[in-house]
Design a binder for this molecule. Sequence first.
Ligand code: F6R
Length: 353
Amino acid sequence: GKGGYDHYMLKEIREQPTALRQCLRGRIDELDGTVALEDIADLDHSGPVQFVACGTSYHAALFGAERLRAAGVSAQAFLASEYTRERVPVDSDTLVVGVTQSGETADTLRALRAADGAGATTLAVTNTVASSAARECDHALYIRAGPEIGVAATKTFASQQLALALLAFELGGEATRAELEAIRDVPGHVQTVLETTTATEIAEAYVDADAYFFVGRGYHYPVALEGALKMKEITYKHAEGFAAGELKHGPLALVSENTPVFAVVTGDDEAARKTIGNVKEVEARDAPVVAITDGVSDVARYADHVLEIPAVDDLGASVLANVQLQLVAYRVANQLGRSIDKPRHLAKSVTVE
Ligand code: F6R
């Protein structure tokens, strides 16, 4: 059942600390400074990596590709429905990773079969043991989030993020102790976010907005896309995510005093400073700004509201920021009285191409 919650979605958002601990269990040895993924112990790969996925899982794939590139691995993410082996350079050196919660998404299965046909090694990153993706791929890495009932993916996205972060250690360089500790601490920080969030207030302030925009850079770019997807699918309102640097190349024409812009800004590095520059451009056009931030930079000075997260590295911060955006989408949808667990026109598992 819903365990006392009004919706499975809220239950599953709140389950994230547990889901993430399950995902990490037995996979990190902090004393040794190593990551051990038993599921894929026999995967020995050193070539390029291509991700294929749909929807929320595609956003996790974008995050995974960014993380792999940071580890020195050549990696790209493709929408599974756009992936054809004729047009991508795939051969027996390539590892093609299907990211799929259900393991049954037709577009993703078709892309994986195409990759297999071209001689690539295939890996399913999935929540579903013995799913089609897990059975058909050469390897399977389980995210162990537990069953997800709400149509909108929440805890499985966070678990995909951490599973892919672990995969990067397997395929890229060795982990440092600091990196491992940072990952180990993510579930506890998610708990802090759940206990301290002011998402309800933000939702009340902006429930009547014309549209919602989301921006971020680096690891926060897929989070901006995911924030927008969650918002549109459960509120039925217009929401879009952009790479922060792209605002000035067109989307800025859309902003007004009725379009809040959610900006994910953490740390105080060049990426954060550039996103703050983009926030100032938005503010100058009278759009309300909601900063999702750790308070390390001075982005709050340019924001109308702040959703605070603990100060951690940018990878962990993207998990935490996403939890805040899940909660905002949930609260807006709830105030609008939407059918949150079963949004109109959508299915949990999409088994047609
Ligand atoms: C959005 C959502 C969908 C799925 C997509 C892929 O909340 O749930 O976008 O992420 O249909 O599904 P899986 O991960 O099962 O392949």
